[in-house]
Design a protein around this ligand. Structure first.
Ligand SMILES: Nc1ncnc2c1ncn2[C@@H]1O[C@H](COP(=O)(O)OP(=O)(O)OP(=O)(O)O)[C@@H](O)[C@H]1O
Length: 215
């Protein structure tokens, strides 16, 4: 490994020898993955192979039954951001879109220009005073992206972020995620869309099979 590669890993989440077992069932074992600033690590595999479980372990939301995850020191508020498959499961239905987008700034007691964030993610400003039940899945996923831009996390964990969206919305979501990465975030992306993963990811973990590649 070259010196710059070693330096990049000191800022990365480095997971090695991960195993997940539920009861007597081993879902995966011996998985190594790095989430490196400015790069996307992809996770692919058939349904039930453990992609979400791996994402949750690397994000620190679940513990592996073996192996370890080393993370750089992170600020609690800006450290880790998540983008879920179904935005309705993570957006408070009683909050306006404006409040949802601004929440990370509210928590951090800072101001944010919600309207310019909305424009950046392609969300019509006229929708900002609506509630989640009054907009489409694609519009609500853009709200979640807006929240991520406000939060500006160092690491972003995305679980099938485009699978509920039409192709136009999906392309828009991917473009904004790529902007976060270009701005220096490290990203882990779970997707059934192998083409997307092969095109965007520097490293790919294939579950239900073998480790694939690093570039
Ligand atoms: N808390 C749990 N207790 C028991 N089994 C679990 C638990 N969480 C996940 N599993 C099982 O582990 C396996 C992997 O689940 P996971 O959701 O990680 O797969 P996945 O690859 O993300 O699937 P999909 O592509 O369908 O979303 C599944 O068989 C699931 O039923």
């Amino acid at each position: 490994m070259s010196a710059p590669e070693k330096a990049a890993l000191t800022e990365a989440i480095v997971a090695s020898g991960l195993e997940a077992r539920f009861g007597a069932r081993t879902i995966f074992s011996g998985i190594d993955v790095n989430v490196v600033p400015g790069r996307i690590s992809g996770v692919v595999g058939p349904s039930g192979s453990g992609k979400t479980t791996l994402l949750r372990i690397v994000a620190g939301l679940a513990k592996p039954t073996a192996g370890q995850v080393d993370r750089p020191a992170l600020q609690p508020a800006g450290g880790i951001g998540m983008l879920a498959q179904n935005p309705r499961q993570v957006c408070n239905p009683r909050w306006t879109l404006r409040r949802l987008v601004a929440e990370p700034a509210t928590i951090g007691r800072r101001s944010c220009d919600v309207e310019s964030i909305a424009e950046r993610v392609g969300l019509e400003v006229s929708l900002l005073d609506r509630f989640p039940g009054q907009v489409s899945d694609g519009q609500l996923q853009r709200v979640c992206l807006g929240r991520l831009l406000v939060q500006a996390p160092r690491f972003v964990f995305c679980d099938e972020p485009t699978s509920m969206l039409d192709p136009v919305s999906a392309r828009a979501v991917v473009a904004i995620l790529q902007c976060l990465v270009d701005d220096g975030a490290g990203m882990m992306l779970v997707s059934h869309n192998r083409r997307l993963v092969e095109r965007r990811c520097a490293e790919i973990v294939e579950l239900g099979g073998s480790r694939v590649s690093g570039r």
